[in-house]
Design a protein around this ligand. Structure first.
Ligand code: GLA
Length: 383
């Protein structure tokens, strides 16, 4: 979807062209799942799918929001009235960002917004973070706030945690705001320090497929929050600030000290997952992308058996892909549905796609959406 198209629709809706057009992508997480709210490591990359926003400032305290994906009605809100809680539809993401910016002391006096997104919703590909980040970047530019990308990500996370009420970590917003084309983002969620790791699979004859199972998930629902609370309880029982502070070689000792049987597997997942991120970074830096396959697959087993957030559809993608010769496969994102990723030789992509589609049909599952993921650019101004 081009900037011009979004600007044209803005002009139709609001009677004049926008002051600018911005884009922010969805993401895939390569490895590092449910580690971000434990101060751990993550490694997402940006998808070519993105939210595009045409935006103009207003001075009268009115916020008008329209989405190409929703229909004809323009939502009209007053910035003074924005408050967390209550019934939320898609407008909560952009409105939440305006609320978070104003809470942080930035004088946002209104805006007209038209949004269009190609990021599939409910697919674990961060469609909500894309909406948040595109609005934050647009308002930062238009109002001359001069915020750094990581600061925008933090404000967007606050919008999601407090305004929308989903207790998510910082990964998705940082990925959308900070990723670079051709790279995966190695992010330390404790201090938000980051390194861009070259990730050019095509050059090595490899491909990464995203399989959207079409099983919808929602993070404001209880299971995500329960896992998060379990991890926090684990950290408290072990006397550390966050599970990040349990070193991999101290894991067995830490588990032995934990009396709580429900907490043990959660802690084991987080500590081993941090180690898997570090191993993945090392392998990529050594120029050995094929070798990350088994690390991805180990990550899936840990999410399925220890963290218990997979589902039959995700497991079927992974099992079918591995049986068909994939180098590695895992669920990606928050879990309970959404998408899986499959790392494969370029020459195997067609057969693997067909195998997954056939397995879904045989199991009576809704047909999955399969596409190739290419590490793409993070948020930016288009026009
Ligand atoms: C969702 C959340 C992220 C992260 C992942 C799991 O995508 O928004 O903050 O916790 O789940 O890794």
């Amino acid at each position: 979807m081009g900037a011009q198209q979004v600007a044209d629709r803005f002009a139709e809706l609001y009677g004049a062209g926008p002051e600018g057009v911005w884009a922010a992508p969805g993401r895939v997480n390569l490895i590092g799942e449910h580690t971000d709210y434990n101060d751990g490591f993550v490694m997402p990359f940006a998808l070519p799918h993105q939210a595009v926003a045409a935006v103009s400032r207003r001075t009268d305290g009115v916020l008008r929001l329209h989405s190409a994906d929703i229909g004809d009605s323009v939502a009209e809100l007053r910035v003074d009235d924005l408050a967390p809680g209550g019934d939320h539809d898609w407008t909560a993401y952009p409105a939440g960002v305006v609320w978070a910016l104003r809470e942080a002391g930035h004088a946002i006096t209104g805006a007209d917004v038209h949004l269009a997104s190609t990021v599939p919703t409910g697919a674990g590909l961060s469609s909500s973070a894309a909406l948040e980040v595109v609005i934050a970047l647009a308002l930062d530019d238009l109002y001359g706030l001069g915020l750094r990308r990581w600061q925008l990500a933090r404000l967007c996370q606050r919008a999601e945690n407090v305004y929308v009420g989903a207790p998510t970590g910082i990964m998705d917003q940082t990925a959308s705001a900070c990723c670079e084309a051709g790279h995966a983002l190695f992010l330390d969620t404790r201090d938000l320090s980051q390194r861009q790791i070259p990730f050019d699979l095509a050059a090595g004859g490899l491909r990464l497929l995203v399989v959207d199972t079409q099983v919808k998930h929602a993070h404001s629902g209880g299971e995500y929050g329960k896992r998060r609370a379990g991890c926090e309880k684990g950290a408290a029982l072990l006397g550390v600030d966050a599970l990040r502070d349990i070193p991999y070689d101290g894991l067995d000792a830490a588990l032995a000290r934990l009396g709580d049987e429900e907490i043990v597997p959660l802690v084991r997942h987080v500590v081993t997952e941090n180690e898997r991120v570090e191993r993945t970074v090392a392998l990529l830096r050594a120029g050995d992308p094929r070798a990350i396959g088994p690390v991805l697959t180990e990550g899936h087993a840990s999410l399925r058996d220890d963290f218990r957030i997979s589902c039959p559809e995700l497991d079927l993608v992974v099992d079918t892909a591995l049986a068909g010769g994939a180098l590695g496969a895992r669920m990606t994102g928050g879990g309970f549905g959404g998408s899986a990723i499959v790392l494969a030789e370029a020459t195997d992509v067609e057969t693997l796609t067909k195998a997954v589609e056939e397995a879904f049909a045989a199991a009576g599952f809704t047909a999955p959406r399969v596409f190739e993921a290419v590490p793409s650019a993070g948020a930016r101004r288009l026009a």
